[in-house]
Design a protein around this ligand. Structure first.
Ligand code: G3P
Length: 192
């Protein structure tokens, strides 16, 4: 299941959807990040929503199958991390992937809707207040271990590892935020 999850995660939603729909390549435009936020910037809402759902499902499906097979919550977390690692370092796309936010959200949902709901609420509030998708993700994953510890303590370690991975993955966003160069999530980039 760990290998299957990694392979599912390696299917980059942004690269596949934009290629199929003949849209701008997210690895060449905007923030160059193959994720839903960058697809929203350079290609608009519809492809971004499709990419978001695609990237969530590739985290949710392996974890849900593992859950139905009776695998323990700790190993469900490890399988979810594996899907996120596939998204971040995809073997089908030269190991250059996204930041893992949608896939992490997808992998959390089958394990616990309670802490997933708390995460989503935190993410949404941070997005509304700041307008930055990256800040929303960073704040959401700073709080995620706390929510998990409260609702499903056995998942605290894998979710903390996942949060660290995703926050470190946002280091370029953090640098841009400090320099005042981070684009708002809804601001469209120059496509050149
Ligand atoms: O989920 C990724 C988002 O937090 C940041 O994406 O394109 O602004 O680097 P981007």
């Amino acid at each position: 299941m760990i290998i299957i999850a990694y392979l599912c995660g390696s299917l980059s939603g942004a690269m596949i959807i934009c290629h199929v729909m003949k849209l701008h390549d997210p690895s060449l435009h905007g923030s160059h990040n193959p994720g839903a936020t960058n697809v929203l910037r350079i290609n608009g809402r519809l492809p971004a929503v499709i990419v978001l759902i695609f990237d969530m499902l590739k985290g949710a499906i392996p974890v849900y199958i593992a859950y139905r097979l009776g695998i323990s919550p700790f190993f469900l977390g490890i399988i979810g991390i594996s899907a996120c690692l596939g998204h971040i370092f995809p073997c089908f796309f030269h190991f250059r992937g996204g930041k893992g936010v949608a896939t992490a959200l997808g992998m959390m949902a089958p394990i616990g809707l309670d802490f997933t709901g708390c995460f989503l609420l935190t993410w949404f509030l941070a997005l509304i207040i700041t307008g930055y998708s990256s800040v929303a993700a960073i704040v959401g994953f700073l709080f995620a271990p706390l929510f998990v510890w409260f609702f499903k303590p056995e998942l605290t370690l894998p979710v903390t590892m996942l949060s660290c991975l995703i926050i470190i993955r946002h280091s370029s966003n953090i640098m841009r935020l400090f320099k005042g160069e981070e684009p708002k999530s809804y601001a469209r980039h120059n496509k050149k």
